[in-house]
Design a protein around this ligand. Structure first.
Ligand SMILES: Nc1nc2c(ncn2[C@@H]2O[C@H](COP(=O)(O)OP(=O)(O)OP(=O)(O)O)[C@@H](O)[C@H]2O)c(=O)[nH]1
Ligand SMILES: [Mg+2]
Length: 239
């Protein structure tokens, strides 16, 4: 199945080229990478254009302003589907998600899963660099979402995923409003609610070494209020 890896970027100048080269080493004939750049001031978008001119499997979607991960991914999903992708992957461009793990996500989707989640919180998953405090917050966030959404999935906030195209064609992308972590929770929840098969595969999550995190208090707060809202909407049948 032809896969497109969606790679959202905002100021990832140091990471973009090594990431594209690493993906070149693991993707197959016909697979693609779509960089979705929100007018990064550091020139990431121009670098993406140069790489796309050199490497036929690379495409670039330029967006006018930074609107958060959610809207960037939705625009990327639409482009990937229009270009005929059969599998659509999400992954960060900061090497937190190991490009070497991409084939394992693709293999599980090809074996029949509708959505594959790279999971830090199932046996075999790991976050080697995180201390107790960060683990506690991330685990707490996942348990919070699990309880509200009555889900058994262990990693609802992660952003290393592989969707079958039909899944993205079925769920209502226009209705998704979340931008940060909540976007990851919301997409997975909608996929589960639509009756699709979701499978977690273990991944090791590393901290970024180059560039800066775009995480903010607003992103965390959004997740806190958005999760109960998702449940409420599902209960009144307006997911
Ligand atoms: N296009 C686009 N990409 C974004 C935006 N915000 C973040 N990204 C990208 O999304 C990916 C994840 O962002 P990070 O800044 O690493 O955020 P994070 O992984 O949630 O947080 P950390 O764990 O602190 O790294 C990276 O590739 C970013 O460049 C945005 O508003 N638009
Ligand atoms: Mg990151």
């Amino acid at each position: 199945m032809r896969a497109t890896v969606c790679l959202p970027t905002y100021n990832e100048l140091e990471n973009l080229e090594p990431m594209i080269r690493a993906l070149a080493g693991v993707l197959r004939e016909g697979d693609r990478v779509l960089v979705i750049d929100d007018a990064s001031p550091d020139g990431t978008g121009e670098l993406a254009d140069r790489l796309a001119a050199e490497l036929p499997f690379v495409g670039v979607l330029h967006r006018a302003e930074k609107e958060g991960l959610g809207p960037a991914y939705i625009a990327g999903f639409r482009r990937a589907l229009a270009d005929g992708a059969e599998l659509v992957l999400e992954m960060d461009c900061d090497f937190s998600h190991d490009p070497q793990a991409v084939p394992s996500l693709i293999a599980v989707a090809e074996a029949g899963a509708d959505l594959v989640l790279g999971s830090r919180y199932i046996p075999g998953g790991a976050i080697p660099n995180w201390g107790a405090g960060r683990r506690f917050i991330s685990r707490g966030g996942n348990i919070y979402a699990q309880i509200w959404l009555q889900s058994r999935l262990r990693d609802l906030t992660g952003g290393f995923k592989c969707f079958r195209a039909k899944v993205l064609e079925t769920i209502d992308l226009d209705a998704i409003t979340a931008r940060g972590y909540a976007f990851q929770i919301e997409t997975t929840y909608r996929v589960v609610q639509a009756g699709f098969k979701v499978v977690e595969v273990p991944i090791s999550f590393s901290d970024r070494e180059l560039g800066h995190s775009k995480m903010s208090r607003a992103i965390v707060l959004e997740a806190i209020w958005h999760v109960p809202l998702l449940r409420l909407r599902a209960l009144v049948g307006r997911l």
